[in-house]
Design a protein around this ligand. Structure first.
Ligand SMILES: N[C@@H](CCC(=O)N[C@@H](CS)C(=O)NCC(=O)O)C(=O)O
Length: 217
């Protein structure tokens, strides 16, 4: 059955891989599933046809036969459940991998998004200078705990899993901030994720969409 995902027709990040279709592409590459991509404009994302797939008018979505999904957590979990390669065989290991997916999306991603918003959308506000260090420290708090937990391991819980895929995807957003480099083991963790052939294919595929198109700002 053909898998079709949606991605931005034009991405504000110019293809640096931060749009969330990259994590879905990565999961599909890890499990060796081919997929097609339907590009959507910002206007089309808010129109009825796309809203029928994604009630919040966002990307990515995932269609496979009768199944339509939104939310990258649900999509990556679905891919990981249906195909070998992203979840361990033993039940407890699978439960922990799913736990790490939730930790990435629910505990680590929120302060990182808050920081992105503070830097990109609020920098012209009079209170921005005062608030920014608070937001950065909330990110540091999370990273400090994660760094301690990862210690000198390659991946968060044994072999690479969907938990790592999601955690690395979330941490990637910090690369340009300098904060990740304050935690060398996390910077190395992210680099290990980026070095995976499946990630490289996913990154190249999303970049190819934006090649030659203008970047915001
Ligand atoms: N929690 C959602 C977030 C989806 C999301 O924020 N998508 C962004 C692209 S990375 C988007 O479509 N932004 C445009 C908009 O919200 O209008 C997920 O993980 O799928």
């Amino acid at each position: 059955m053909t898998i079709t995902i949606t991605a931005f027709e034009w991405s504000p990040d110019g293809g640096s891989g931060l749009a969330r279709d990259t994590r879905v592409r990565w999961a599909l590459e890890e499990v060796g599933q081919p997929y097609e991509v339907r590009l959507v404009s910002f206007r089309a994302m808010k129109e009825p046809a796309h809203l029928a797939l994604h009630p919040f008018g966002q990307i990515p979505t995932y269609e496979e036969g009768d199944l339509a999904l939104f939310e990258t957590g649900a999509i990556v979990f679905h891919i990981a459940e249906r195909h070998e390669g992203l979840l361990p065989d033993d039940a407890n290991g699978r439960a922990r991998a799913v736990m790490w997916m939730f930790a990435a999306l629910n505990t680590v991603e929120p302060p990182i998004l808050e920081l992105a918003n503070a830097r990109l959308l609020e920098s012209d506000k009079p209170w921005s200078k005062e608030r920014l260090p608070l937001v950065e420290d909330r990110v540091r708090d999370r990273l400090a705990r994660l760094s301690e937990c990862l210690s000198d391991a390659n991946w968060v819980d044994g072999a690479f899993s969907a938990g790592d895929l999601m955690m690395v995807s979330v941490l990637l957003r910090l690369k340009s901030s300098g904060i990740l480099d304050e935690f060398p083991n996390l910077a190395a963790y992210v680099a290990r994720g980026e070095a995976r052939p499946a990630y490289k294919r996913a990154f190249a595929a999303q970049l190819a969409v934006y090649a030659g198109k203008p970047v915001a700002g």
